[in-house]
Design a protein around this ligand. Sequence first.
Ligand SMILES: C[S@@+](CC[C@H](N)C(=O)[O-])C[C@H]1O[C@@H](n2cnc3c(N)ncnc32)[C@H](O)[C@@H]1O
Length: 183
Amino acid sequence: MKSPHLILAKELWEKHVQKDDLVIDATCGNGHDTLFLAKLPLRQLIAIDLQKEAIEATRAALEKELSPKEQRRVLLKHQSHQSFEKIEAQLIVYNLGYLPKGNKAITTKVETTLQSVHAATQILAPNGALSITCYPGHEEGAKEKTAILQWATNLPSDQWSVCHHEWVNRPSSPSLFWIVYQP
Ligand SMILES: C[S@@+](CC[C@H](N)C(=O)[O-])C[C@H]1O[C@@H](n2cnc3c(N)ncnc32)[C@H](O)[C@@H]1O
């Protein structure tokens, strides 16, 4: 089966995003997810990555595939996702890990990822969602999945609805957290 966690994530994003929404791709990498999100009818998309190489790859993908009008809705930010400006977002997407075909040493890490998802909870609009894809098949990814699972399990259930999708007979397969703020 071809990346079923991504198929599921994209279905969730597609159903969730509305035309006035602000969406953040917190790990834009090579721009595949950014491009998918940019084609949804949203107001603004902010795409963030720590690596200049990733920002340039995303820029190139957007320029190739999107009209100038669609491109103007996307803001690329070369920075760490540990903190966000004070804005209200309806969807924040994480695809954790390292840049495919890039330097595997530059990967998302437990400490900064936890800081970031916490910061994300502070700017989510009511009914806004966090989509977090974890890759436990590599060492840091396994630590991240464990840490995210522990963090998400402890979000107050009267405000947060937390769903974790994983392949139970394939422990190192990617898994997806879908976390909705329902105050
Ligand atoms: C698995 S890749 C993302 C793939 C991407 N969503 C796509 O569609 O191509 C993970 C990305 O997270 C980025 N990253 C790692 N640490 C980060 C941080 N602290 N802040 C922002 N981006 C980070 C890496 O540079 C890498 O490009």
